[in-house]
Design a protein around this ligand. Structure first.
Ligand SMILES: C[S@@+](CC[C@H](N)C(=O)[O-])C[C@H]1O[C@@H](n2cnc3c(N)ncnc32)[C@H](O)[C@@H]1O
Length: 265
């Protein structure tokens, strides 16, 4: 089920674990997973059969003269509509590390990728579960997937996210390779990965972006959990950086591909 490497960093000699479970994250209790420094969740956007609505993929070869393709009127995956945000925050409450003690730093955080329209609901639900603070994030794409109505409206070319935390500011690594402090802004480039990273999921997040985010909010030896891990991109990024990672994916096909093709475990 998993892969063990040893983390060389002086801070810890714990083995780096990388494990993916074919299950609902709601069943996490039975897996004995350690608490996380960071939970990353790319929650279903609930777009349903509008997933490809402004995207040329709606039509065969991207041309409406050719008629509709197999993707027209299709959702990205079968769980797109039934995600329960309350269950997610119950999971996060159980599996995120507790707040550090008085005078200590290094609080944990939750990062949620979501649509702009979902932000209000996520912030409201997070607050009910004690995640009282948030920082909005924007991920800027080089192009828009919505080109079908390019002459009629402003095109969406961003994705959105939220960093959520309880009381203390999350762990924050903002030094560059030379040890100098650098500014971390609230927007990041959403760049496609190179061909070395397999493309396995319709809403896959770039490993290069996940690596930046994991580096900022965790240290080597920390634990990262992705309860809706799709292609396994988060687990891959975490493992590359010497963080232990645990993920859930309920869809059998995505789970199999993530395990074999992304993680090779
Ligand atoms: C938006 S996608 C995640 C894509 C992922 N970030 C990536 O980079 O590949 C959400 C995934 O969560 C899965 N999912 C939805 N509800 C779930 C649940 N309760 N437990 C586990 N997986 C779930 C879906 O099958 C889907 O593959």
């Amino acid at each position: 089920m998993g892969e063990n490497k040893t983390e060389n960093n002086a801070q810890t000699t714990r083995p780096v674990r990388c494990e993916i479970f074919h299950d609902n994250f709601e069943n996490a209790k039975v897996y004995n997973i350690p608490r996380a420094q960071m939970i990353i969740a790319d929650i279903p956007f609930a777009l349903g059969d509008k997933m490809y609505a402004s995207n040329p993929m709606w039509y065969k070869d991207g041309d409406n003269k050719n008629g509709e393709s197999d993707l027209a009127h299709k959702a990205a995956f079968d769980r797109d509509y039934s995600f329960n945000i309350n269950n997610f925050f119950a999971f996060a409450t159980r599996l995120l590390r507790k707040e550090p003690g008085k005078g200590e730093k290094g609080a944990p955080c939750v990062l949620i990728f979501c649509s702009f329209e979902q932000m209000h609901e996520v912030i409201t639900e997070a607050e009910k579960h004690g995640f009282k603070h948030y920082t909005p994030l924007i991920f800027v794409k080089q192009s828009s997937p919505q080109v079908l109505k390019a002459n009629m409206k402003v095109l969406g070319a961003c994705e959105y996210g939220l960093i959520l935390y309880r009381n203390k500011l999350p762990k924050f690594n903002n030094t560059d390779e030379t040890g100098k402090h650098r500014m971390i802004k609230n927007w990041f480039e959403f760049r496609r990965d190179s061909k070395d990273i397999p493309r396995l999921h319709p809403t896959q997040k770039p490993v290069n972006l996940l690596e930046q985010l994991i580096t900022i909010f965790t240290d080597p030896g920390d634990v990262v959990i992705d309860p809706c891990c799709g292609s396994g991109s988060t687990l891959y990024a975490a493992r590359e950086l010497g963080r232990s990672s645990f993920g859930f994916e309920v869809n059998k096909e995505f789970y199999g591909k993530a395990k074999r093709e992304m993680l090779g475990i």
